[in-house]
Design a protein. Structure first.
Length: 130
């Protein structure tokens, strides 16, 4: 699989990228079209993370599983992870899902895990280009 990364925003504290499985896939555009209010909330959260390097409010950002985190809005969840060994903090947004239950769907977490494993492999081989 050939991954593509789009820069979203960043400061000296954190940089945020969108991880795409191909050049045409962009789930942020889907969110913007279908869930405008939640998309705006998500962008504010992403910009806040980039500005301060963290979000302590668990209702907006929390650790899910084995290095996978989620940005939370009322209707959507965006899964991400922090690239290790990189300064400033580098967050890669991997995928999203629509909140329907209290727990994140295993299928979506597995998809994020798969992307994380591939990205970390590229990073360890020094082949990751952001």
């Amino acid at each position: 699989m050939s991954l593509v990364f789009d820069y979203i925003t960043g400061t000296e504290k954190a940089r945020i990228y969108l991880c795409k499985e191909n050049e045409r896939s962009n789930f942020l555009l889907d969110l913007k079209a279908k869930y405008r209010k939640d998309f705006d909330i998500l962008l504010r959260q992403i910009e806040r993370f980039a500005t301060f390097g963290h979000i302590y409010d668990g209702t907006k950002f929390r650790h899910l599983d084995n290095g996978i985190y989620e940005f939370k809005t009322p209707k959507i969840r965006v899964l991400c992870f922090m690239l290790s060994g990189v300064t400033p903090k580098t967050i890669l947004l991997t995928n999203y899902f629509i909140k329907q239950k209290n727990k994140a769907p295993i299928k979506e977490i597995d998809k994020a895990r798969r992307l994380v494993a591939e990205i970390e492999k590229l990073n360890n081989e020094r082949k990751l280009i952001l």
